[in-house]
Design a protein around this ligand. Structure first.
Ligand code: MRU
Length: 354
């Protein structure tokens, strides 16, 4: 499995996803501005992956700070965090990373600055390693929904490229394959920047999974012909009530699934669940440059000066979601809020088994 992001010799090394699948090349960042720029320009993308990048961005930002005591260090790292937070608003994972590192620094104010800096680096590597474990657990809970002979639809890229490894939506597929199940995957190409065509198709082929690329507008016709058995997608932010923000077009897939009685699953690490937001109406939706729509890989396909709407994400209401698959199990959206409470008996609300 190709590495999406890692830490090496005080640098953040990231696969440049904007060049895939034609070129496999890495960029190296030795300051946080470079990491933030890579996130903004989608060199690294996918909610968990940008959460990891933000964690490493904070760590590398910390290395660049000169401070005589931890109080000064704590003040100086705040602008680093704000800068990373300003890159992409919809995925909650950057905020999750900032909150985690803020608490981590507060818990270690008694350490010398140089020790704290080293600890932040280690903590960012921990975030990466934990993400890989979490994704495998999502796959173990999610594989039950894929049966022999199924065709699974996915949208955008919620694969290993969008995470530390295994992916979220793709992890049940990888585990089902390990279990010897035979199934195929339809990948929506995912306009405007083609994460499905460029990334999901590429990584599933590399993993030896039978994948077929389809245009975004074919899903309905294929469902009508009975050619899709289930859909699994990722999420950038899922709110407490189970509303799901994900790549634009996900909502249409969910509505089509409902119409055709096809289960629609969302794979979500807990870091992508915003328990502080009560509904999807509150999620900030990123709007990106018009050029993403008017051009395809630098080639203009629309008239100069045409007006464009380019919302990067949409929100699927909880009522369309069959289950949310987390590292703690699969749950109905209406039960999601219960998993935050440590005292909840998860076995009574889990759907199915590993
Ligand atoms: O704009 P992107 O490529 O960052 O959008 C990514 C998605 O919408 C993914 O489905 C989501 O982040 C989940 S990734 C496990």
């Amino acid at each position: 499995m190709v590495k999406t992001i890692y830490w090496k010799d005080n640098k953040v090394v990231m696969l440049d996803q904007s060049r895939l699948p034609l070129e496999v090349s890495y960029i190296e960042c030795s300051n946080y501005e470079c990491v933030a720029d890579a996130i903004s320009r989608l060199l690294i993308r996918g909610a968990p992956a940008i959460g990891i990048a933000a964690s490493m961005g904070i760590a590398i930002g910390g290395l660049g700070i000169s401070a005589s005591d931890t109080e000064e260090f704590r003040k100086k790292i705040k602008p680093v965090m704000y800068h990373l937070l300003s890159t992409r608003p919809t995925a909650v994972n950057i905020k999750w990373a900032v909150d985690r590192f803020t608490k981590f620094i507060e818990a270690n104010m008694d350490k010398p600055v140089s020790t704290l800096k080293d600890m932040l680096v280690q903590e960012s590597i921990n975030v990466l390693n934990e993400d890989i474990e979490i994704n495998r657990a999502i796959g173990q809970w999610g594989a039950q929904f894929i049966n022999d002979g199924d065709t699974v639809l996915t949208h955008c890229n919620a694969g290993s490229l969008a995470t530390g490894g295994y992916g979220t939506a793709t992890s049940p597929m990888l585990i089902a394959k390990e279990q010897g199940k035979k199934f195929r995957v339809f990948a929506d190409e995912t306009r405007p920047v083609l994460q499905g065509a460029r990334l999901t198709a590429w990584e599933l082929m590399q993993a030896g999974i039978d994948v077929t690329l389809i245009t975004d507008n074919s899903a309905g016709a294929l469902m009508k012909k009975g050619m899709i058995d289930l859909a699994i997608v990722g999420t950038d932010r899922t709110t407490r009530n189970g509303d799901v923000a994900n790549k634009i077009g996900t909502y249409s897939v969910a509505v089509l699934c409902k119409e055709h009685n096809i289960p629609f699953y969302v794979a979500a690490p807990l870091s992508s669940i915003d328990f502080n937001m009560s509904s999807g109406d509150q999620i900030p939706i990123e709007e990106r440059a018009a050029e993403e729509v008017t051009t395809i890989w630098g080639h203009r396909v629309a008239p100069e000066g045409v007006k464009v709407i380019n919302m990067a994400f949409d929100v699927t209401p909880a009522k369309y979601v069959s289950a949310i698959i987390t590292q703690k199990g699969a749950f109905r959206p209406s039960d999601l809020h219960k998993i935050q409470d440590e005292k909840s008996d998860l076995s009574s609300i889990r759907i199915g088994n590993k």
